[in-house]
Ligand binder design. Structure first.
Ligand code: NAD
Length: 484
């Protein structure tokens, strides 16, 4: 353990030295690193497909959609916007400051720590890395130890492509993460569960280090539009796409449960069953298009959720568990008890509870009585209801009539609120997340305003009142002695 700590300290010292050299601040360095990252993804597609298959049984198409393709897209977007993001932003100053000019300059924080989760092991490591590089930081990356092959791939491959004096990977488990957290970083970016998020924040507080916490929680899907066959078909495909078709439900923004009116429940269940069969065949266990559970620990965690007798009674589809292959069949529950763990904890697996309501309007109260979700999905054409959801709920993001697409979108912020996280990233938001916005004001030696200095008197008080009220007309009269 002592050796590991020594290694971490040595790496941190080198990252600090590199940052102090100033090399990472140049636009050329940032662009070269982003280009190298794109090259890394292009050259190593097959290795990444293999690693994701070994870690999670992910199909290459899913890996391309959620990891390689998505990250390449983000890196290209950052490259195309970098000059604009880095440019100082001029600010027009109020007359009070005349003569002066102002601007906001984005500067890198310095040496940043990125800790990532296992469910999108390449994406969740590299997406924040793009932001950290674009903003000119040096980086220590700690991938999740649970996605073993992907963590090894990142540790072996990143030094071959990126500047190894400025970007380092440290692999290891909770003990290594704890050691990393003891160090003083200029910024910590953490993706994981809210319990660990709180540990990260406590550790950061010791050094007053700013944090971004990308956490999880239970993301509900409100289903209002189930009146026409076409609506049902599209809605159900998108729900399954946002659950089983994305890492088999092991997704932070995946649909955790559905809220629907009682009268639609039977139709919904039938349609979900039909679509599951269409996507994965009669026997999903044989399908190559569905991911496996990450490890035995999480398999057992999910098994326990289902073993609660009241929850087991609520199964209306699926429920097959195969420990040897770490496979859990897409499973649908109808109205499990609301105090069962399956409805109080984030599921993070292929189990989809349907909660029925008498009236879909009740969904707002249902969501508000629980921690703020990372995402809310609402399928509805009712504009009044949409407005009620926008103003009546709080969540990291709110998506109408689709699921998961927000994570592809570079121009919207991605992040949580309350228990689902602090801060946001993607696109320009990533650049901001890894930058300090420094205010710069330039004053001239000309025009000295004596009322700002003692000794104080009534005239100075009147002057300050008028100046702060921007009442320049009366201020002028005061200065000319035409006003008392
Ligand atoms: P996790 O919190 O267990 O692990 C994340 C990282 O923290 C890992 O690198 C791990 O080594 C480290 N860690 C774990 N326990 C620790 C401890 N006690 N002290 C110090 N470090 C520790 O999360 P996970 O299981 O990898 O991922 C699942 C969670 O992450 C879910 O809650 C999910 O919703 C969330 N998540 C969020 C996002 C997002 O973008 N908001 C994305 C993916 C996953």
């Amino acid at each position: 353990m002592a050796a590991a700590m020594g290694e971490i300290e040595d790496k941190l010292a080198e990252l600090t030295q590199t940052f102090r050299s100033g090399i990472t601040k140049s636009v050329a360095w940032r662009k070269n690193q982003l280009r190298a990252l794109i090259e890394l993804l292009q050259d190593n597609e097959d290795k990444i497909f293999k690693a994701l298959h070994q870690d999670l049984g992910k199909h290459p198409v899913e890996t391309y959609r959620d990891e390689i393709g998505l990250i390449k897209k983000s890196a290209k977007y950052a490259l195309s916007c970098l000059d604009k993001w880095m440019a100082p932003k001029k600010r027009r100053l109020p007359l009070l400051f005349f003569p002066a000019s102002g601007e906001v300059v984005s500067e890198p924080f310095g040496v940043v720590l990125i800790c990532s989760a296992w469910n999108f092991p390449i994406n969740l490591a590299l997406e924040p890395l793009i932001g950290a590089i674009a903003a000119g930081n040096t980086v220590m990356l700690k991938p999740s130890e649970l996605a073993v092959e992907c963590a090894s791939f990142l540790a072996e491959t990143i030094p071959l492509y990126l500047d190894c004096k400025a970007i380092k990977v440290t692999n290891g488990g909770v003990d290594v993460c704890e050691q990393l957290l003891q160090q003083k970083w200029n910024k910590i970016f953490f993706t994981g569960n809210p319990r660990v998020g709180s540990i990260v924040m406590s550790a950061a507080a010791k050094h007053l280090t700013p944090v971004t916490l990308e956490l999880g929680g239970k993301c509900p899907a409100i289903l209002d539009t189930l009146s026409s066959p076409l609506d049902i078909k599209v809605t159900v495909k998108r729900i399954i796409g946002g659950k089983f078709a994305s890492c088999n439900g092991q997704v932070c923004v995946g649909v955790d449960y559905i809220l629907v009116e009682k009268k639609f429940a039977a139709t919904l269940i039938e349609s979900l069953k039909t679509t599951i069969k269409k996507f994965y065949g009669e026997n999903p266990k044989d399908s190559k298009s569905i991911s496996r559970i990450i490890n035995e620990y999480h398999f057992e965690r999910l098994r326990k959720l289902l073993e609660d007798p009241l929850v087991a009674d609520a199964i209306v589809h699926g429920g097959l568990l195969d420990k040897e292959n770490l496979f859990i069949e897409p499973t649908i529950l109808l109205d499990p008890p609301l105090d069962a763990e399956i409805m109080t904890e984030e599921i993070f697996g292929p189990i989809l509870p349907i909660i029925t309501l008498n009236n879909i309007q009740e969904s707002i109260e249902f969501i508000n009585s629980r921690p703020k979700p990372l995402a809310i999905y609402a399928f509805t054409k009712d504009e009044t209801f949409k407005k009620q959801i926008v103003s009546g709920t709080s969540s990291g993001s709110l998506i109408f009539n689709d699921t998961l697409v927000q994570q592809l979108c570079d121009v919207l912020p991605f992040g949580g609120v309350g228990q689902s996280g602090i801060g946001r990233y993607h696109g320009h938001y990533s650049f901001e997340t890894f930058s300090h916005e420094k205010a710069i004001m330039q004053r001239s030696f000309f025009l000295e305003l004596e009322p700002r200095y003692p000794p104080w008197n009534d005239f100075k008080m009147k002057f300050l009142r008028l100046a702060y009220d921007f009442d320049y007309f009366n201020l002028l009269l005061l200065l000319l002695g035409l006003k008392r």
